[in-house]
Design a protein around this ligand. Structure first.
Ligand SMILES: Cc1cc2nc3c(=O)[nH]c(=O)nc-3n(C[C@H](O)[C@H](O)[C@H](O)COP(=O)(O)O)c2cc1C
Length: 203
């Protein structure tokens, strides 16, 4: 909580990998940190791997334990989301879908979302466009135009380690910040968190 009692702007990363350590988690964490830093907000990382059993407890949200409920609520409160999944059978993981199955139907309406994914090669890179983007279309979210796909060769010891990938992340941030700024300046909290993005007099 900010000193003036206002909730800080939060950028929440969600990694849909069932493994730990995970390249997807490394990518999501990296991108989340960059956006949080650019926006003067707080970065929060949610790994779904430890929630796997909990999320499978039943078909209804009321079946889930406190850790899964807490993660769902954190995502529903996010100001900006960075989501990521490894490619499994040319789409996002079942774990990723299972988590978002429990998100409220209108909880992510207009939430800006950065889409990311990793794969064994670049062969399934379009899963970002053909599978992830439609999922968040259902939620009426504001998916940002540039997604980020990385393959196993972009990582060393589960850290982002590729000039090309770093360049793509930088390009995404550069292209996305004006959109985020115009969207978030409608939020009065932005005035305190990042005055340069605050609502101008004419708005
Ligand atoms: C069950 C399974 C299915 C996979 N299917 C694909 C696939 O269809 N396309 C692909 O590019 N990589 C596929 N992979 C490779 C992973 O996407 C890749 O290794 C990814 O970077 C792993 O991310 P992680 O370290 O976050 O778990 C698959 C891996 C597993 C375990």
């Amino acid at each position: 909580m900010a000193a003036d009692g206002a909730r800080p702007l939060t950028v929440v990363g969600v990694s849909g990998s069932p493994t730990r350590p995970s390249r997807t988690t490394a990518l999501v964490e990296h991108v989340t940190d960059v956006f949080a830093s650019e926006l003067g907000g707080e970065a929060v990382l949610i790994e779904l791997a430890p929630l796997l059993t909990d999320l499978g407890a039943g078909p209804y949200r009321s079946d889930l334990g406190p850790a899964a409920i807490g993660a769902l609520e954190t995502v529903e409160r996010a100001d900006v989301l960075v989501v990521g999944s490894p490619a499994y059978r040319a789409t996002y993981t079942g774990l990723f879908k299972l988590f978002f199955d429990h998100i409220g139907q209108y909880a992510l309406t207009d939430t800006p979302i950065v889409l990311t994914a990793t794969g064994g090669s670049d062969r399934h890179a379009l899963l970002v466009e053909h599978q992830m983007r439609p999922l968040f279309g259902f939620f009426q979210s504001l998916t940002l135009p540039l997604g980020i796909f990385a393959n196993e060769g972009d990582f060393t010891d589960y850290r982002v380690d590729s000039a090309e990938l770093s360049g793509r992340i930088e390009q995404t941030v550069t292209r996305t910040m004006p959109l985020l700024a115009s969207h978030l300046r409608l939020d009065p909290r932005i005035a305190a968190a990042a005055p340069e993005f605050a609502r101008p007099d004419w708005a």
